[in-house]
Design a protein around this ligand. Structure first.
Ligand code: SAM
Length: 284
């Protein structure tokens, strides 16, 4: 089913949470001056116009990136994320919002390997056009789970896989777990970042539990709830990181209060960063 179009949601609070975390992951890779690999199962487009009919219909970005846009002082990693968004805007007016592929391409050192999967024909075409002159980016119009698995382990052998489905169908939660089991076998030192929506049906709880039961060590979660749980609609955004880089937990914990304050829609806004499964002990 391909009815989901990210243009209706680009720059919303979930994008801010996900893309800030993605920027933290990629900056951690950049601590070493070496290229890396970046793979995405569900890439979407690389650039969204917040003045187009899709974005204006929902105006979700008003509760997301537009909240950060005018703030004078942000904590360091939020500032870096916003700087990336600013690079896509020629003037001081917020008009364009970069998708995850664009953020990854902007932060990638020369020689990196970026593999993007997108199944929707028009979105895949837009993605191809965006990167037609960037040799280190490959766009594949194919199923993201199969497509990324076929690329693992990648060269260079350090990097990130972003798994960002729309979860329109509930089977997707299971599909993510099955994908992780297979992908981790092929690339046990890869970092896997899984986004999930926090919705009244609470399906993410079962997914995280199933991921815990895989026996895969070192699983960190970050969740932001922008309002009190409601009976309808997404009220929070979550990310699970397998093999998080050194000090990511501390960085996310330090930024969390600012992020909650910026994105809060009522007094019930809260968040947490939790090491759900510890790193494997290296001691015998
Ligand atoms: N990752 C993007 C970002 O953060 O900017 C947003 C991606 S959006 C949430 C999900 C995308 O996955 C949509 O563009 C949709 O067309 C695409 N999609 C849905 N099912 C897919 C599949 N099985 N394989 C690849 N892409 C798929």
């Amino acid at each position: 089913m391909l009815s989901y179009l990210h243009g209706f949601h680009a720059g919303n609070f979930a994008d801010v949470h996900k893309h800030h975390l993605l920027v933290c992951l990629l900056r951690a890779l950049n601590r070493k001056p070496k290229p890396w690999s970046y793979l995405e199962t569900h890439a979407g487009k690389a650039r969204y116009d917040l003045n187009d009919a899709q974005a204006l219909k929902t105006a979700e970005f008003q509760q997301g990136i537009a909240r950060l846009w005018p703030v004078e002082r942000l904590s360091e990693s939020l500032q870096v994320y916003r700087d990336q968004v600013q690079h896509f805007n020629p003037t001081e007016t917020l008009q364009f919002y970069p998708g995850s592929p664009a953020l990854a391409a902007a932060l990638a050192p020369e020689g990196s390997n970026i593999q993007l999967m997108e199944l929707h024909p028009n979105e895949a075409l837009a993605l191809k056009q965006e990167f037609r002159q960037q040799a280190q980016v490959s766009v594949h119009h194919r199923d993201g789970y199969e497509g990324v698995l076929a690329c693992l382990p990648p060269k260079p052998n350090r990097g990130v896989v972003l798994i960002d489905p729309s979860y329109e169908v509930k089977e997707e939660y299971k599909q993510v777990v099955n994908f992780i089991k297979a992908a981790y076998k092929r690339w046990p030192n890869g970092c896997f970042a899984i986004w999930y929506p926090i919705l009244p049906a609470k399906r993410w709880v079962g997914m995280l539990e199933a991921l815990r039961r895989t026996g895969i060590p070192h699983q960190l979660s970050s969740e932001v709830l922008v309002r009190q749980p409601s009976e309808q609609g997404m009220y929070g955004s979550g990310m699970l990181i397998i093999n998080p880089p050194w000090q990511l937990q501390e960085e996310l914990e330090a930024t969390l209060p600012d992020l909650i304050q910026l994105l809060a829609q009522d007094a019930g806004a809260e968040g947490q960063v939790v090491m759900r499964v510890p790193e494997k002990s290296t001691r015998a």
